[in-house]
Ligand binder design. Sequence first.
Ligand code: UDP
Length: 405
Amino acid sequence: HMENQIDIQMDQRKGRRLVLFPLPFQGHINPMLLLATILHSKGFSITIIHTNFNSLNPSHYPNFTFHSIPDGLLESEASSLDLVALAKLLNIKCTDPFRDCMDKLLSDASEEPISCLISDSLFYFTQAVADSLKLPRVVLRTGGLSSLVVFAAFPLLRERGYLPIQDSQLEELVVELPPLKVKDLPMINTVYPDSYYEIVACMVNESKASSGIILNSFEELELSELDTLRQEFPIPIFPIGPFHKYFLTSSSGSLLAQDQSSIAWLDKQASKSVIYASFGSLAALSEAQFLEIAWGLANSKQPFLWVVRPGLVRGSEWLESLPSGFLETLNGRAHIIKWAPQLEVLAHPAVGAFWTHNGWNSTLESICEGVPMICMPCFTDQKVNAKYVSQVWKVGLQLENGLDR
Ligand code: UDP
């Protein structure tokens, strides 16, 4: 039904252009490109500005116009493991190139007039640029409503002594945000804790200063959180997800090649028998954690499809730390790949559970396909998502108290 509607609207171009600016990480690129596809289907023309870092491949999106800006990141900075430092640096170094690019786009008389900028909530610097250009900015928040409520409560959480987190308080309930405990607060290990608080504050404040927030979530899932946000944010909030369900097939903004051998392998497995394990595009594990997971999967006696992204294991290229003969002893019960076509995998009838780090996209994709989750959050909003999955929506179990084979 939706497809038909979209086909009809394809022919009615609006003569209006939207400029979209995704944060250059996989979990942010995917929803932004899906949003672009949705808005294009509603008749808008689409221009995407992207950084050189994790740059996009325009050939996957012939309907969109792409502009690449120099982000000025050094090789060493771009490969930095500290996401906080990287996020802050991107906001500083992209400011001038982004403004220059917007100036050019706005003065180009050969293009349709630009109605609005849509930028990632973590590109908070873009609010000031949009203001100075007298252009409305709409924010895309790629996480859930529930985690945004928690981020918006950071000043209160600091005032009440929950933050910075004290180890002695980890098991305490955050009475203002049930059912979250202190250990579920969206923190990250970083050498720059002050920068993390600053980034969260800027993300929230510049979102409040925008013309509206689009979220890849839906009212039925996070109704009371939506109510809270509507009270606290003076702007319209549009939870119009799940974006990937607007279309029968979603084209991909994948930065890595998706290994299609997983589907042929799944075709040979019994219904709901397979554990799909993937920890997203950013999470990193120690070798010890990696081995506990490997043995846990082996000991489960279930077939498993495991995404081991190059770089997942700190200090390893790929699978070197597996004991020799590990895979052979499993007799085809294991299929390990570098990157999966995740939407197709989750929709496959052979998949019975998803062992996930609870990045928001993965969480939402799993909910949409009705796949129960084994939750192992690493950092930031993943901790909130895992708690909601296990305790609020009750569609998963959280692995707690250490990781043991
Ligand atoms: N993804 C994928 N193949 C994989 C693992 C992940 O295509 O092997 C996609 C997944 O479908 C999701 C995105 O990458 O859309 C990851 O986003 P998420 O928010 O789950 O986690 P992040 O990578 O941001 O930690």
